[in-house]
Design a protein around this ligand. Structure first.
Ligand SMILES: Nc1nc2c(ncn2[C@@H]2O[C@H](COP(=O)(O)OP(=O)(O)OP(=O)(O)O)[C@@H](O)[C@H]2O)c(=O)[nH]1
Ligand SMILES: [Mg+2]
Length: 206
């Protein structure tokens, strides 16, 4: 989808006081450290190294903003938005001081950001809905933020395991209500990209 291919890096932010002024509708990618957030953004935007992906957990320590804009053939903008790659949670090896700094930054961003329309919760399909994920879900519960459970690394599962993981995530989404959805995804095999693009484009339109 051209809207996502248009993504370009805008800025990195290390403190709430440095957030760009709220303007376009924003979609945040959250999840445990090493879950595959940056890889999912790279596949969605069809850009190899837009969001930095790494084997070292806890690599993304800043909020990274990427702007999207889609134009028609007369060069008029028809859709706009922002993707935000968030630092991961639940990385046990990080020093406590760094962990609470992340909680403050990510928690503060999610709680305060008026332009945040939805959160993609990226989870390893082998270990979905861990306590850190549930804490984030509880944190936004009762609000209007849409949620999408992206079960990534699905290439690591067989068909029966994939089916089971998807059903569990769909059940959890159903408990939350119509603003929550779930899908399987693989950045490695580039599977699930169209479904993800479709859901997120819908959030930006509403
Ligand atoms: N097999 C497989 N590996 C993946 C997939 N997506 C990501 N990975 C690997 O998982 C590791 C972490 O990926 P990242 O995209 O950097 O994860 P992240 O959630 O951005 O990590 P932090 O920024 O550290 O929180 C990397 O080694 C990726 O190559 C996938 O769909 N399948
Ligand atoms: Mg990352």
């Amino acid at each position: 989808m051209q809207l996502f291919r248009s993504a370009r890096f805008v800025m990195s932010v290390a403190a709430l006081s440095d957030l760009p002024p709220p303007a376009l509708p924003e979609i945040a990618f959250a999840g445990r450290s090493n879950a595959g957030k940056s890889s999912a953004i790279n596949v969605l935007t069809d850009q190899k190294r837009l969001a930095f992906a790494s084997k070292t957990p806890g690599r993304t320590q800043l909020l990274n903003f990427f702007e999207l804009s889609e134009r028609d053939h007369e060069k008029q903008i028809v859709a706009r938005g922002t993707l935000v790659d968030l630092p991961g949670y639940g990385y046990a090896q990080a020093p406590q001081a760094q962990r609470s700094q992340w909680d403050e930054l990510v928690g503060g961003y999610v709680a305060q950001r008026q332009t945040l329309v939805g959160i993609v919760i990226v989870m390893d399909a082998r270990r979905p809905l861990l306590p850190g994920d549930e804490a984030l879900i509880a944190f936004v519960d009762g609000g209007e933020t849409s949620l999408h459970f992206l079960l990534t690394k699905s290439d690591q599962l067989n068909n029966a395991e994939r089916k089971k993981a998807l059903e569990a995530a769909q059940q959890r989404a159903a408990q939350i209500g119509p603003r929550a959805t779930a899908q399987l995804f693989s950045a490695l095999k580039r599977q699930g990209t169209e479904e993800l693009a479709y859901i997120l484009a819908g959030w930006l339109r509403s």
